[in-house]
Design a binder for this molecule. Structure first.
Ligand SMILES: Nc1nc2c(ncn2[C@@H]2O[C@H](COP(=O)(O)OP(=O)(O)OP(=O)(O)O)[C@@H](O)[C@H]2O)c(=O)[nH]1
Ligand SMILES: [Mg+2]
Length: 314
């Protein structure tokens, strides 16, 4: 396949292709936004805060005869806590297992120290897979700045391709998808054609609630809590009853998560329920409780629930 072929739609009767594309980058680069854009549905949660994604999340996109399995990963940063270390290990694990790696950076922040640190580990940790660069959030800068940044980045690492995109607005993302579709290896599809995610519903539901909590709570509180779906009951009337627990690690956080007269948790529950109804296309009854669990950040079971490897946090 030559470079000129890559931007064109593959012939419908051509061979099928399928592969894994890992999206890596600093926290907040826009990886989850890009995954959702590529898939055409909200599979991975997004907030304006760093370290939103905690585990690897797969989202599946079809383009012509190609199936592209995008792997959203936690942001790569200098870890402090056990959870941070597990998250960063999950991100690098995603890169190592992928057929193609896409490094996302933020156009307005450029080649930061954090990006530099990622580049320094890329050759070793991306397992020799091709790495493309996606300069995201181009809506925030002038065109002249982009060319200079692209040049600087390509001097720092031998990217196989550079894309200028806005994941949020959908600029340049079609070109990126078409290129990836042509680059993934020939082979049978890995998932049914209409599947968009492979996360269990109980985990998606917990993530949606965590997103609403992260949006409403401040400072360190979102980083000190986790959400688990404890019970899922299918009701005869076609609705689902979902019971979730929010674990907090400090006594003082419980009251903050509940809010005055339970206001905060009620607002979170309402927002999460609305999104679940939209996602599932049927009625949902959501029940949240908040529990103090001081050591949850050091409990193996909590990591398993999140889809993380506890040992990576050592
Ligand atoms: N202006 C602008 N904002 C964007 C764009 N793409 C993403 N964002 C915003 O950037 C923020 C972070 O987006 P995420 O998709 O959560 O970033 P992430 O890389 O997954 O972050 P972590 O999960 O924390 O590693 C959100 O507020 C997005 O709305 C873009 O193209 N332009
Ligand atoms: Mg994310």
């Amino acid at each position: 396949m030559t470079e000129n072929d890559t931007a064109t739609e593959p012939a419908p009767e051509g061979p099928t292709r399928a592969g894994f594309v890992a999206l890596i980058g600093e926290p907040n680069a826009g990886k989850s936004t890009l995954l959702n854009r590529m898939v055409g549905a909200k599979v991975s949660i997004v907030t304006h805060k760093v370290q939103t994604t905690r585990a690897r999340i797969r989202g599946i996109a079809m383009h012509g005869q190609s199936q592209i399995v995008f792997v959203d990963t936690p942001g790569i940063f200098r870890p402090r806590r056990r959870l941070d270390r597990s998250m960063v290990a999950a991100a690098w694990g995603g890169a190592a297992d992928a057929d193609i790696v896409v490094l996302l950076i933020e156009a307005h922040r450029g080649l930061t120290d954090g990006v530099q640190a990622i580049i320094e580990s890329l050759s070793e940790k991306a397992g020799g897979h091709p790495v493309a660069l996606a300069i995201n959030k181009i809506d925030r800068v002038k065109a002249e700045e982009l060319l200079a940044l692209s040049q600087k980045m390509n001097e720092a690492f031998p990217f196989v391709r550079t894309f200028m995109i806005s994941a949020e607005r959908g600029h340049g993302t079609d070109d990126l998808l078409a290129w990836l579709a042509a680059e993934v290896p020939e082979g049978p599809w890995l998932y049914p054609e209409d599947q968009i995610a492979d996360l269990p519903m109980r985990m998606i539901a917990a993530e949606i609630t965590r997103e609403k909590l992260t949006l409403r709570l401040h400072e360190e509180i979102p980083y000190q809590l986790t959400v688990e779906t404890e019970n899922w009951e299918e009701r005869q009337d076609g609705s689902a009853r979902i019971d979730q627990v929010v674990y907090v690690s400090r006594a003082g956080h419980k009251g903050i998560v509940l809010g005055k007269g339970g206001e905060t948790i009620k607002a979170v529950s309402r927002a999460a329920r609305e999104e679940l109804i939209e996602f599932m296309g049927r009625p949902v009854h959501l029940f949240l409780r908040v529990a103090l669990r001081e050591n949850w950040l050091d409990e193996a079971e909590r990591y398993t629930e999140m889809g993380l490897d506890f040992r990576d946090g050592n």
